[in-house]
Design a protein around this ligand. Sequence first.
Ligand SMILES: [Fe+2]
Ligand SMILES: [Fe+2]
Length: 304
Amino acid sequence: MSEPRVDATRIREHVLRLGERHPPVDLDSTDYRVLDPAAVRDRFGGVLEYMARVEVEVERNVLELAVLLPDVSETDRLFYADVWGPQEERHGILLDTLGQHLGMPPVVANTGEVPARVRVLGALAHLPVVHEVVRLLYYLTGAATEKSAMLAYQAMSEGLGEMGEHAVKRTVVDAIKVQEPGHFAFYRLSAQEMVQSGAIAPWQLHLARLLRSRSYGLVGAATREQRTDFGGVVVELGLDEQLERNVRDISRLETQLLWAHREGLQVPEYALAAFRDAAAMYRERLAHRGGGRGGRRGGQALAA
Ligand SMILES: [Fe+2]
Ligand SMILES: [Fe+2]
């Protein structure tokens, strides 16, 4: 691997720096003035609703992590409990408040219930060899989620800029957007360190590949309805126009770490299929409703 070597000290320093440089966004720093609320709602209502929900559900993700990784390292705990969690929760509040300023109802999120499949994996993770597989999958999922969020916020920021909605672009979307790359970097460094250090045996890597390809999930999309909503974010933000390139970006880390033996593989098929299916289901929903691109409301895609 041509990547520079990563060690535990470097990861810890990254987390500490992230906490210092990026405190949760100050709620008093936001400016929700919008020139044309109806137009913003028409263009971004569904996206906003989905992203707000996923950001708010981070509260549950933190509970899930404690179950999933019973033997968590101090650096991992520091990241998710003290740095990432508080930042993401604030992202949720900002997006939810923006939605309400646009006349949308408060977001409905599941913040308390840890799903059964998480509890089952968590029980298995008491075995150290399984724990490390779960930990690698946690990093890979986190990386894909954060990269998805980066693409989504970038598209939203550009769209709001085109509409002349500079106050919310700058104080809400850009204020959130600037915090996501540091999250991505944490997951990337952590996964690279695991593989480079040899902490993961070949059979564990094989198990990770199997689990990842069988259980790949789009962020915040547990049900068919939510997968369709996720497709809405992809389509409404125009991310489907270069879908393969975007999914390649989102999956680059796992392509490198899990599928290094499949020379020339650009993007894992399971990831591309998940995004394609979601976008197709959303287009089908639009066709049934007789709607077109944009102008929809009430759907709910990508946040972290
Ligand atoms: Fe994030
Ligand atoms: Fe976020």
